[in-house]
Design a protein around this ligand. Sequence first.
Ligand SMILES: N[C@@H](CCC(=O)N[C@@H](CS)C(=O)NCC(=O)O)C(=O)O
Length: 101
Amino acid sequence: MHSVTDSGSGHQDALARAGEGLTLYHFRICPFCIKVHWAIRQLGLDIPCKNIRSDPGAREELLAGGGRTMVPCLRIETDGETRWLYESDDIIDFLRQRVVV
Ligand SMILES: N[C@@H](CCC(=O)N[C@@H](CS)C(=O)NCC(=O)O)C(=O)O
């Protein structure tokens, strides 16, 4: 039998799994990034972020991997493969699906 606490921690585990392999490239005053941050918060996810304005290495990573320095961009690592997802609406759709599945 599950207690309220058990189901709570199960939910936390599911959220931690949903955030696995994800990194958000962003900068602070970008409105599209802010929209994605709100969605991340709303979904209860905890996703590491790299600020391409304060971290030149992160900007280089984004350019080398994704091909553009446009933000927001979500780096998705699954089964040894890396995908770079641009477009705030597409990122939010992707995150919603990850949480639902
Ligand atoms: N349609 C994009 C727009 C993103 C966008 O315009 N980002 C700006 C910052 S607010 C940017 O990175 N501009 C620089 C560039 O396009 O390389 C989205 O919704 O994510």
